[in-house]
Design a protein around this ligand. Structure first.
Ligand code: ZN
Length: 431
């Protein structure tokens, strides 16, 4: 059989080196050393890292690239961000939402980010953003998997038409049930919203992913209800709790009871370190809380944790660049978790774990999987987190969809080398 593509001399995320990757008809047909078959295209990875594509399982594509519209977030808080989005929402147009989303997807592809779960606000009776992003989802399908979550930004109960709009959005083809229990008027309403939304997911056989306890209030404990309902209804890996930042401020005894409940439920947890290191702790003087879920303790117990980006240049966050390695890098610092093992895990938390959150089929570097991968200018996954390297080639279904020249600096320093490759600094002794 003639191949479409061979990538030679790859280092894989699991540490195997000198591997060739054979591709035919959009699928990986073999990964082993010394593949000699003919192929229409050959790429020499030069011993550098070839990884499955990055996956962002928590994003807001309806708001992205809107920074400054209609004004900037002065306090830097979640609540001002929600208010600001409320000012922007009535002025949104179908065309503008589509144009921003498509531009964002271009950037994502160039960064090797080929799958995104985006929440889409359904608290607009026009469901304008829903219609726009469903159109975007179909448009980008050849190069990016976009999964949409029906997200009642202004509260499932607090917003008068959210409940009916959410059902309408799901009827229109939105994939996942969303919610925001900590933004409801009372704790009781928050609890009731979690129960109602889990029931909808169970009835429709859908996944559920709630913005949950994105708060510094240690008494914001909706994750307890989400875990219990996930367990009771058997939602398991179809359920995810996003943010869970109040866990940072909770009493440790309570957390010692909570984490086993989350584990028992089988649900995923999604931390968004870029956003929550900046949104949380804003009411603190000093010391200032970091406001991230307890990732090391959750990992130690076996709870699957993914990392999401959440925002890029929108009412909540003015920075970001569709670089999931920025997210992994921030997690390592903000948690903090600096062991070699933990940094390797951070890479998985922006690739394989979020792929499982989204339920992506045939994802990964293995025979039979989709031929989707990224060649990075880095020696291994720890180096990738350290230097957030150039994505040399991005491949989707066996075709190169983005290329970026390797970064090399020319030096003019007396008695020193004439050029520098940032990837050549990989530490030999660190293991
Ligand atoms: Zn979010």
């Amino acid at each position: 059989m003639s191949l479409d593509l061979i990538v030679t001399n790859a280092t894989l995320p699991d540490g195997r080196t000198g591997q060739d990757i054979a591709v035919a008809n959009g699928r990986i047909t073999a990964i082993e050393p010394g593949i000699t078959s003919e192929a229409a295209q050959r790429i020499d990875a030069g011993g550098q890292l070839v990884a499955p594509p990055f996956v962002d399982c928590h994003f807001h594509m309806d708001a992205t690239l809107s920074l400054g519209l209609p004004r900037l977030n002065q306090s830097g808080t979640l609540l001002e961000g929600i208010a600001l989005w409320g000012e922007l929402k009535p002025t949104l147009t179908h065309e503008a939402v589509i144009e921003r989303a498509l531009r964002y997807c271009d950037l994502a592809v160039s960064q090797g980010l080929l799958a995104v779960r985006s929440h889409v606000d359904i608290c607009d009776d026009r469901l304008l953003a829903v219609e726009a992003l469903l159109e975007v989802k179909a448009k980008v399908k050849p190069y990016l998997d976009l999964q949409l979550v029906a997200f009642p930004q202004d509260g499932y109960y607090r917003s008068p038409t959210a409940a009916s709009n959410l059902e309408r959005a799901l009827d229109m083809g939105v994939d996942v049930v969303g919610g925001i229990p900590h933004f409801e008027r009372t704790m009781e309403d928050g609890t009731a919203s979690v129960k109602a939304l889990c029931a909808i997911a169970a009835k429709r056989g859908l996944m559920i992913d709630l913005h949950c306890d994105e708060s510094d209030d240690p008494h914001s404990r909706h994750i307890e209800t989400l875990a219990a309902e996930t367990h009771r209804l058997g939602l398991g890996r179809r359920a995810a709790g996003s943010h869970l930042t109040s866990m940072h401020s909770m009493d440790s005894y309570y957390v010692s009871k909570l984490l086993p409940l989350i584990l028992e439920s089988g649900m995923f947890a999604i931390a968004n370190p870029l956003i929550n290191i900046t949104l949380q702790g804003r009411h603190d003087t000093y010391p200032k809380r970091r406001g991230l879920m307890r990732i090391p303790e959750m990992r130690a117990l076996g709870i699957p944790v993914a990392l999401g980006q959440d925002c890029v240049m929108d009412p909540w966050y003015g920075l970001g660049g569709a670089d999931m390695l920025d997210v992994a890098h921030m997690a390592v610092h903000a948690v903090p978790m600096t062991s070699r093992e933990a940094i390797r895990w951070a890479f998985e938390a922006v690739t394989t774990v979020p792929a499982a959150v989204m339920g992506l089929e045939d994802y990964g570097l293995a025979k039979g999987c989709h031929a989707d991968f990224v060649i990075l200018q880095a020696a291994d996954t720890i180096e990738a987190v350290r230097i957030r390297p150039t994505r040399l080639f991005v491949v989707r279904r066996g075709k190169v969809v983005s290329q970026t020249p390797a970064r090399r600096s020319t030096l003019e320093l007396p008695g020193r080398p004439a050029s520098l490759d940032p990837a050549s600094y990989a530490p030999k002794a660190a293991g």
